[in-house]
Design a protein around this ligand. Structure first.
Ligand code: UD1
Ligand code: CA
Length: 480
């Protein structure tokens, strides 16, 4: 992982919301529903683990929930549940099993036993990943000991969502699921986001009264709205201003839509931070990107994990950069794959270079086309411009790795280190068999295979001597 500290001009362009102070006056319990089958995804991977902007759908929801600093955070899991738990094993959440998938109301009921009566319960859906912290905080402010708060959204295409039914005075009466809706109700564009907040003791009562008397034969959480109205408990709807955050993900088409939302959002943040993007529609940030001033990013670049780009860094078309730092004024030419590298300032990288994990480059290093670097340190001004492999090696300053040089670091069982002093030149097509040291200022002749320590400041030739055979005749084809 990168270690270098960012200069002050660096700004955080895209990031996970940091944890803040608790928002609710009463204890808050968050319940995230993630037990659905996700059949519509047609995937072996459970729906809530499908990646969005580099993180599982459920991880987005957990991160947002955690930013509210709840007293408890439960995830209801079921189908494919062990895979979900294993994938998010590092999360400090309480896992609650819903053994049978009997509906969203039944799912919430599984989580309630451990929640004290005076708690405010916030229900989130594991497949509604872009819901924002500010919206949730506003929703929680609307809920109270005798009030239920419901997040709604006006969607251009409401297909598949529960519809919000209001009376003539505009008061919410109930939610009707699409499968149960009349044609008139289907024409309603105000939709249920799935997010609601209600006091635990009221929710407990309502969930106990749910029935499966509906088109899907499930215990619908959405039916608690009509029960609240019947009990004269105020239902406070909050219509979100940003419909995108309410979008649910049931299939790959919706997943792609949300990915496009994330892509656009990240691009806007980069532009606002002063980055020049060749095309804002063609850059993917799947993690955190920290940028300096006057950074340029060409088309079809993918950033994964935490990436830091220094002032004036330029990233060429088609690069993939993962958990790395690119120093100030360094230019990465097209089609490079950079994984866990710390690249210093004023370097030239690529085109078509590959960094496998754990390399550090000092200032002014050149890594050219079809060069692979792995777990190596390169001193200032060192160059490997063409067709080389540099693995498990430590290079001093001003080293020139000739075209086609291979550091043979692996003997078939164990990997060994190679240490190359300052100002060493290796000739084209040389092989350095590790473990080996090459003294400062040494020159290795082209085509050499060196297996012993190479002394400093001298020319070492390790290849068969060229001979010319006098009086030799080419074989002649026999006459037919
Ligand atoms: C649900 C809502 C709908 C709303 C939409 C918003 C209900 C009955 N309908 O419909 O009003 O507009 O979300 O996206 O709530 N789950 C469980 N256990 C279950 C069933 C579902 O944990 O037994 C979880 C799923 O993993 C998912 C969430 O609950 O995360 C919603 O379930 P899903 O089947 O996707 O409901 P929708 O049909 O989208
Ligand atoms: Ca859904």
């Amino acid at each position: 992982m990168p270690k270098r500290r960012s200069p002050p001009s660096h700004r955080r362009a895209t990031s996970v919301a940091p944890a803040r102070a608790a928002v609710a006056a009463v204890p808050l319990s968050v319940v995230i529903l993630a037990a659905g089958e996700g059949k519509r995804m047609k995937s072996a991977l459970p729906k809530v683990l499908q990646p969005l902007a580099g993180r599982p759908l459920l991880k987005h929801v957990i991160d947002t929930a955690r930013s509210l600093v709840p007293a408890t955070l439960q995830v209801v899991y079921g189908h494919g549940g062990e895979a979900v738990r294993a994938a998010l094993a590092g999360e400090s959440v309480a896992w609650t099993l819903q053994a049978e998938r009997l509906g969203t109301g039944h799912a919430v009921a599984q989580a309630l036993p451990g929640i004290p009566d005076d708690t405010l319960v916030l229900v989130l859906y594991g497949d509604v990943p872009l819901i924002g912290r500010a919206t949730l905080a506003a929703l929680l402010a609307l809920a109270g000991p005798r009030r239920l708060a419901l997040l709604t959204a006006r969607l251009e295409n409401p297909e598949g969502y529960g519809r919000i039914v209001r009376n003539a005075r505009g008061l919410v009466q109930k939610i009707v699921e699409e499968a149960d809706a009349t044609p008139r109700q289907r024409a309603i564009h105000e939709c249920n986001t799935g997010v609601l907040a209600a006091p635990a003791h009221l929710l407990r009562g309502w969930l106990a009264r749910l029935t499966t008397d509906n088109a899907r034969g499930e215990y619908y959480l959405t039916d608690v709205i009509a029960l609240a109205v019947r009990d004269r408990v105020a239902v406070r709807p909050l219509l979100t201003g940003t419909a995108a955050e309410a979008l649910g993900v049931n299939d790959k088409a919706q997943l792609a839509q949300l990915e496009a939302q994330c892509r656009a959002r990240a691009a806007q943040e980069l532009l606002a931070a002063g980055v020049t993007l060749a095309d804002p529609a063609r850059v993917d940030v799947r993690g955190t990107l920290v940028v300096g001033q006057d950074v340029f990013i060409d088309v079809n670049v993918v950033f994964e994990g935490r990436v830091v780009l220094g002032d004036g860094a330029r990233i060429g078309a088609g690069c993939v950069v993962r958990n790395s730092e690119v120093g100030a004024r360094t230019e990465v030419f097209p089609h490079c794959v950079i994984d866990q590298a710390v690249i210093g300032p004023e370097c030239n990288i690529g085109p078509f270079a590959r960094f496998r994990p754990s390399s550090t480059l000092a200032a002014g290093v050149h890594i050219g086309n079809f060069v692979e670097v792995k777990n190596s340190q390169l001193g200032a001004g060192s160059k490997a411009n063409h067709l080389s492999y540099v693995g498990d090696a430590e290079l001093g300053r001003g080293v020139n790795i000739g075209a086609g040089t291979i550091v043979a670091n692996y003997d078939g069982a164990v990997k060994h280190r190679t240490v190359i002093g300052d100002d060493v030149h290796t000739g084209s097509n040389s092989v350095l068999v590790a473990p080996i040291t090459v003294g400062a200022g040494a020159t290795i002749a082209a085509g050499s295979t060196v297996t012993h320590a190479v002394p400093a400041g001298k020319l070492t030739v390790a290849r068969a001597r060229q001979v010319t055979v006098d009086g030799w005749h080419r074989p002649v084809k026999p006459r037919k």
